[in-house]
Design a protein around this ligand. Sequence first.
Ligand code: UD1
Length: 342
Amino acid sequence: MSRGKVIVTGGCGYIGSHTTVELINNEFEVVIFDDLSNSKEFIIDRIYQITGVKPIFEKVDLSNPIEADMVYKKHSDAHSIINFAAFKAVGESVEKPIMYYKNNLYTLINSIEAQKKYEIKNFIFSSSATVYGNPDILPITEKFQTKRAFSPYGNGKKIAEEILEDFNKAFSNFKTISLRYFNPIGAHESGLIGELPNGVPNNLLPYVTQCAAGVLKELQVFGDDYNTKDGTPIRDYIHVVDLAKAHVKALERMILDNMEDNYEVYNLGTGKGVTVMDVINTFEMVTNKKINYKITHRRKGDVQALYASSEKAKNNLDWEAQLSLKDMIETSWNWEKSYRCI
Ligand code: UD1
C-alpha cells in the first residue's frame, strides 16, 4: 500500500536520486520535479532498474513562478515536498551571485508558496554544514550559532533556513525539517546512480575518482599546513545512501506528528573527522590505484576542520550513519567505472 505522494525537487540529481530510491523502497509514491540543468533524465530509468518502480517525472524550472504553480497544482495531492533543486558549485556562486540567489531562493519561495496554497503539509530542506562557518569547537551541534558563509551558495542556504523558520512561525499547520549535510560522497551499491559533476569537479572525491579513471591528470591537495595530524583539512564524509535514509526518517517524524516544534534542524554526518590524506590513502588501498597528487596552496574559503555531532538525529530521527569510509570510496569508484565503462 502506498504511503502517499512525495514531491522530490531535483530528484534526478545526486542526493535527490538516492533519496528517491529510499522513498520508493519505503512505499512512498515519488514525483520528481527537475529542470535537468545539472542532471540527466536517464537517472529515472536507473531508479526503475534499482527499485522496479518508475517515478513520475515533470521537467520544470521551479524558479519560474508560473511553471512552478502549474506542476504543484497538478500534484497537489502530495503530502510532502523534499527540496533538493539548487545550483551547488561554490566557486561559480562567488562569480555569479545573482544567478545563485535567484535560482536557489526563487525555487524555494515558489515551492513554499505552492505548499501553502495547495496545503502540502511537510517540507524537507537540503541544507549544509556550511551554515556553521569556521567553528572554534568540535563536534558541531545544532545549538551552534549559524554564520554568514563565505560563498553566495552557502549564504543562500543560511537565508533559506531563515525564510523557512519565518514561514513556519507564521503558519503553524505546516512542518519543516532542514537537514544540514556534512560532506556527502559514495554512490548506490548497484553502480547505477552516483554523482555526475558538471565539468571539472570542485569536490574532493569526484576529483579523486576522475584522476584514477585517467580523466584528470593530477589532484591538487589544497594545503598541508593546517593544524591537523598530517596538515590537511578534516571533514566529516558521509555516505549518500545513509544521507538518503535520513530523509525517510525525517519524513516519518513529520507524518507521525512527532515533532517538538514545527521547524527543526538536524546535522547529518558520521561524527568522524577524516583528513584529505586519509581519503587519498584509503582510496589507494581500496582500489589498488595510485593517485597522482601535488600539495599546493590553501583554497580560499576552506576551513581547517568540520565534523558533526549527530546525536540529535540519533535521538529524534532514530538515524545513524552505518557505512564506512571504505564503503563510500568503493561505491564511488564502482560508479565512476560503470559510468565510464572502464
Ligand atoms: C564544499 C563547500 C560546501 C558545500 C560542499 C558540498 C567550500 C568552501 N565548501 O565543502 O559549502 O556544501 O562542498 O559538498 O567550497 N580538496 C582538495 N583538492 C580538491 C578538492 C578538495 O584538497 O581538488 C580538499 C579541500 O581543501 C577540503 C576537502 O578536500 O579540505 C573537501 O573539499 P570539498 O569536497 O570541496 O568539500 P568542502 O570544501 O568541505
